[in-house]
Design a protein. Structure first.
Length: 135
């Protein structure tokens, strides 16, 4: 006789399918971040940020909320309009955190190293830190 899967086996596989599908449907936040930097669309940034983000610019480090981050980045991009952004390196940890390091060249000729860190927040990868360092 053929064995029928029991109720708990069905529930387990249904849950597994739901978890995997939600993971696969999440857009790649690193890719979204690259696009954000190129387009400087601050609304896109807010979608992929943690509620609080470590922000560092010119050795001034602070933990700020998303709305304040939007304001600070708006001011940064206003005084340093983008000319070129190039990703130098991307990586990740065993625990799923990711990072991106790139070079940001402003149209005014200033160059900055940009580091962005991503961590899981409620099962979703979000930006947790942004750092601009003059080169």
């Amino acid at each position: 006789p053929m064995n029928r899967p029991n109720f708990f086996t069905n529930v387990f596989f249904l849950c597994l399918i739901l978890v995997l599908s939600s993971y696969c449907l999440q857009e790649n936040p690193v890719k979204q971040c690259k696009e954000f930097i190129k387009t400087q669309d601050l609304e896109v940034l807010l979608e992929i940020c943690s509620e609080e983000v470590a922000y560092e610019e010119s050795d001034d480090v602070s933990i700020i909320e998303k709305q304040e981050l939007k304001s600070k980045l708006g001011a940064f991009f206003s005084s340093n309009p983008i000319r070129v952004f190039k990703v130098k390196h991307e990586g990740g940890s065993q625990h799923g955190a990711k990072y991106m390091i790139g070079t940001y060249l402003s149209s005014k000729g200033k160059t900055f190293m940009l580091k962005v860190k991503f961590h899981h927040q409620n099962g979703v990868l979000k930006i947790s830190a942004i750092k601009f360092s003059p080169e």
